[in-house]
Design a protein around this ligand. Structure first.
Ligand code: CA
Length: 234
């Protein structure tokens, strides 16, 4: 991860860590060129304090085939042709969400042979563990039996704890792009998921928007927290 703005870098680095990656942060182009040799994939900010991002891209490409995803500040500054000629594999436009970056990383890793082994791994959020590969969920080490759809929904929310997932995005990504069923289906699955996890407060309804997995769930009983009503139709 090459990013000189700590307010962006900190959130992304910790988010990538939660998604099973092992990110290393560098903050200059010179350090990026040096570190690229040992990386499985590079996420490269274009606006760096020392070197132009496309120049960094070119210099990495002189010695390495490591996949590079460029992060640029504004879409109108992105000259896609120049980027691709510089050796970038893909790009994201700031501000980007963690889910989007993770999706791009996995897509780039999939299509670049010999690139990062970035298949979904294990996400840990407090006492909750979501293992994408084994499709298993544990709370405090105890396996929680979920249906396939409940698992997909939880895994989706767990990719960005604290971040709100919009209802329409959940239905699109977890169900089907052409989902025309009742929106109530989502609420039914959330209610069931809350019940099975035994901690209804872990999945918060954000009124009028969607749902999020709380960032720091804990195992303690919190019966007075309020948002635990599984029938909340938000
Ligand atoms: Ca920057």
């Amino acid at each position: 991860m090459v990013e000189d703005d700590p307010s962006i870098a900190d959130a992304i680095v910790s988010g990538l860590g939660r998604n099973g990656f092992e990110p290393t942060l560098v903050t200059t182009g010179v350090d990026a060129i040096a570190a690229a040799a040992g990386a499985d994939l590079v996420v490269l900010d274009l606006g760096l304090p020392d070197l132009d991002g496309t120049e960094v891209c070119r210099r990495i490409r002189e010695t390495s085939a490591v996949p590079i995803i460029v992060a640029s500040a504004r879409s109108d500054e992105v000259d896609r042709v120049v980027l691709l000629e510089s050796g970038a594999d893909d790009y994201v436009v700031k501000p980007f969400g963690l889910r989007e970056l993770v999706a791009r990383i996995r897509a780039v890793a999939r299509r670049t042979s010999g690139g990062a082994d970035a298949e979904p791994a294990v996400v840990r959020v407090g006492p909750l563990t979501v293992d994408d590969r084994r499709r298993s969920v544990t709370v405090d080490g105890t396996e929680v039996p979920l249906t396939a759809r409940e698992f997909d929904l939880l895994a989706y929310l767990a990719r960005d704890p604290g971040g709100v997932a919009r209802r329409s995005d959940i239905l699109h990504d977890v169900w089907d792009p052409n989902w025309f069923g009742s929106a109530k289906t989502l609420d039914v699955h959330v209610a069931s998921l809350r019940r099975k996890l035994g901690h209804p407060e872990w999945i918060e309804a954000v009124r009028g928007v969607g749902f999020r997995l709380v960032e720091e769930p804990n195992s303690g009983a919190t019966p007075d927290d309020g948002p635990a009503d599984p029938t909340d139709p938000t």
